[in-house]
Design a protein around this ligand. Sequence first.
Ligand SMILES: [Zn+2]
Ligand SMILES: [Zn+2]
Ligand SMILES: [Zn+2]
Length: 336
Amino acid sequence: MLSLCMELRKDPITRSWVITGDDVPESAPRPEPFCRFCPDSREPPQLIASVSGMPGAPWSARAVVHPTALYHIEGEATRRGDGIYDRMRPIGAHEVLVENAAHDRHLWSASDLEIEQFLLLAAQRIQDLKGDGRFKYVGIYKDHGNSAGQEFEHPTSQLTATTFVPRRVLYELRAAREYFQSKERCVFCDIISQEMKQDLRVIELRGDFIALCPYAPRVPYESWIVPRTHEAAFERFGLNRPGTMRDLGALLRRTLQRIRTITEGFHLVLHTSPNSLHRSGNLGYWKTIDEDYHWHIEIMPILALKAKSYTFKEVYYSPLTSETAVKRLRDARIEL
Ligand SMILES: [Zn+2]
Ligand SMILES: [Zn+2]
Ligand SMILES: [Zn+2]
């Protein structure tokens, strides 16, 4: 098994965890002659959960175990010291969320109803895994295009449940807590209200959601989708107000269509609050999390720009302002 030799190590300076080991294959996996995620697959992956809702389809979205999972569900993480260092076993969950039964219906080409079913499945999977006290964070991401490291041809996203909070989320949580401590307001709510007022970087509004280009983009055309009503947890929002997932699905579809008029490859990540079962833990950011954090989706398009030197990579370099990016995204010709 690939991952038995993998382990998690903590960087003592940034306090972020990395997964490392010597078993990573040197070459890319060979393309398979059949699709394992299609309904008629000869080697179906292990099923975890499924939602139906589309007439005529065997299922509309489903969660399966990742065929080469980085994290495994059995056992305890058993954090160990190694001199000044910390390490632990990669306990967690690694699932593939199959977005659609059809091999060619993507988040930008599926119907709003199909995307809604996928979003509801995502919410259910996060809520279910948050019931496991070992997991501190459950996140969902999608890499599309060769440049993004796309793994499967079939329309899929991936979910990981981890015994630690990933670095970017940890930075956001700390920053959101500090902002809340000084202003008693949610920084995301403040961003939304300023963006609505200025209307310089808003791509589109849909129902309770806003799509915008962030003020300080990490890459050209970086786009966020954020609920306009304050809520820290995506899964609570999605499952308590299921009708809203149709609007989110439509806005996600339209935003991806806009981005695809510029480039094919992108990374997408859903950021939601960490597992509140750990609220009583030693980290203070759990205390006001429902007030200070605000779930959102980040999309980082991949442009075939000239590779920048290392000095540039130390600081995000985006040779296009969000004010210019938003004009092109707003004006992009997309389907309805
Ligand atoms: Zn397929
Ligand atoms: Zn908020
Ligand atoms: Zn984020």
